[in-house]
Design a protein around this ligand. Structure first.
Ligand code: HEM
Ligand code: HEM
Length: 179
């Protein structure tokens, strides 16, 4: 196995805590739409608060990532896979911002106060508008599916590196042992 530099501990902490929160959000979102109606408002309360937490963590993570670039990929990784890794990371970052922002804008367009963390009121991102609400509602769903499929591809790629290429890329994010 070729040795590969590791992501810093804070990058790994952000990666794994956000992975848990984001995967939970996909299930909570699906539960809100397909689950029992009596749980809807409780799930929505949790969904909004975790969603805004993800937005804040994504901002911290992006700044940290720009200050501390990712470890270089293995030198023998084909160019197409390198490009795919870059494109999927850009897409994941974009979705970590877009989903909460669209959720926030969509509830603003609905016109009711947006309460999170048990009482904190978010300022509306736009004025109330039923047409915009409908468009943003569809966009939030579409982006949710896109995030789900991108995460599946990302997971597949991580396992490809860890189990088939065994090139140290998976352990750069997943291992607690020193290289
Ligand atoms: C990373 C963050 C987020 C993810 C992954 C996410 C994901 C989802 C998903 C998968 C659904 C179900 C969509 C469907 O099946 O049609 C959903 C619904 C919803 N989301 Fe989010 N969401 C996020 C952030 C937010 C935020 C920050 C807000 C609001 C402040 C929000 C508000 C809503 C609302 C109101 C619904 C349900 C709409 C309805 O009942 O028609 N989401 N979300
Ligand atoms: C919602 C789930 C996930 C999201 C949004 C996500 C997002 C990301 C992002 C943006 C990066 C780039 C590094 C950074 O800036 O932090 C990354 C790297 C990485 N992720 Fe994930 N990830 C998720 C789940 C997973 C899972 C489940 C695995 C493995 C089983 C995994 C394995 C990795 C690995 C190995 C890297 C390093 C890749 C490299 O060096 O280019 N991720 N992830």
């Amino acid at each position: 196995m070729k040795l590969h530099a590791r992501f810093r501990p804070l990058a790994r902490l952000l990666h794994w805590s956000m992975a848990v929160l984001i995967i939970a959000m996909l299930f909570i979102g699906a539960g809100m739409i397909g689950g029992a109606p009596e749980r809807y408002s409780a799930l929505l309360r949790v969904h909004k608060s975790i969603g805004i937490t993800i937005l804040l963590l994504a901002a911290i993570r992006l700044v940290y990532r720009l200050l501390h670039p990712a470890p270089a990929l293995p030198a023998d990784l084909p160019r197409l896979q390198r490009a795919a890794a870059f494109a999927s990371q850009v897409l994941l970052y974009a979705l970590m911002f877009a989903l909460p922002m669209v959720g926030w804008a969509m509830l603003s367009a609905e016109g009711y106060p947006i309460l999170i963390y048990g009482g904190l009121q978010l300022p509306p991102l736009m004025h109330a508008d039923a047409m915009w609400y409908a468009h943003l509602r569809s966009l939030h769903s579409l982006l949710g599916y896109l995030l789900f499929f991108t995460v599946l591809l990302h997971l597949g790629a991580a396992l490809f590196h860890g189990l088939i290429r065994r090139d140290g890329v998976l352990s750069s994010m997943a291992s607690l042992r020193r290289p």
